[in-house]
Design a protein around this ligand. Structure first.
Ligand code: C5P
Length: 222
């Protein structure tokens, strides 16, 4: 498969989602939100009352995931088993369950091909934790996007406030640190930069600044 891929990995809240969407729009490329697949697996497991440590059944749930992504301009609607799951999969509870199912090798294996199927012309922007280290190892441009845990908690807090959700900054910080630890310490596909990744710390950068920097890198790499 010759379609080019840009991988954008990093911890939650570093701005990967927004940045990946903007870069994909700018290039006119496809977008893979791999975190959504783990979140959908967690949601489907909850629906079907599968325990979060039942690896074999969770892998089946992941493999059989009935999901449709409907792109409508800037927004993408996610349908799970025909029902709108767009906002449900964004809750902290599902994020936490996603991080638990994502630690299971059989679940990761079950989602591998589904993720690779997104690699289609004219190109793909792949957003996740292991896009550059596991799923698209041959990608010509790999970015590792980070920001301090405090800054990521602050951004998440702002996002929730804008959505009218009450949240506590210090408990958000604790959740972010716990999720980072779990994502970095797991034995399969731990969160870490690929050897050939370019790390970009966004703590003191605005979204347009990050997009400009990545566009520069893309131009340099042809
Ligand atoms: O990026 P997002 O917060 O939506 O991802 C939810 C969880 O899914 C992460 O905390 C991580 O544990 C897991 N994940 C993963 N590999 C990916 C994307 C997400 O393990 N490529």
């Amino acid at each position: 498969n010759a379609a080019p891929v840009v991988t954008i990995d990093g911890p939650g809240g570093a701005g990967k989602g927004t940045i990946s969407r903007l870069i994909a729009e700018r290039l006119g490329w496809h977008l893979l939100d791999s975190g959504a697949l783990y979140r959908l697996t967690a949601l489907a497991a909850a629906k079907h009352e599968v325990a979060l440590d039942d690896e074999a059944t969770l892998a089946e749930v992941a493999r059989d995931l009935d999901v449709v992504f409907v792109a409508e301009g800037e927004a993408t609607t996610v349908l799970l088993e025909g029902r709108d799951a767009t906002t449900t999969i964004r809750t902290e509870q599902i994020g936490d369950a996603a991080s638990q199912v994502a630690a299971l090798p059989a679940v990761r294996q079950a989602l591998l091909q589904r993720q690779r199927d997104f690699q289609q012309a004219p190109g793909l922007v792949a957003d996740g934790r292991d896009m550059g280290t596991v799923v698209f190892v041959d990608a010509p441009l790999k970015i590792f996007l980070t920001a301090s845990a405090e800054e990521r908690a602050r951004r998440r807090h702002l996002q929730l406030q804008e959505a009218g959700v009450n949240a506590n900054l210090s408990s958000l910080l604790k959740e972010i640190q716990a999720r980072d630890a779990r994502d970095m310490q797991r034995s399969v596909a731990p969160l870490k930069p690929a050897d050939d990744a370019i790390t970009l710390d966004t703590t003191r950068l605005t979204i347009p600044e990050v997009v400009d920097r990545l566009t520069e890198l893309l131009t340099e790499r042809g």
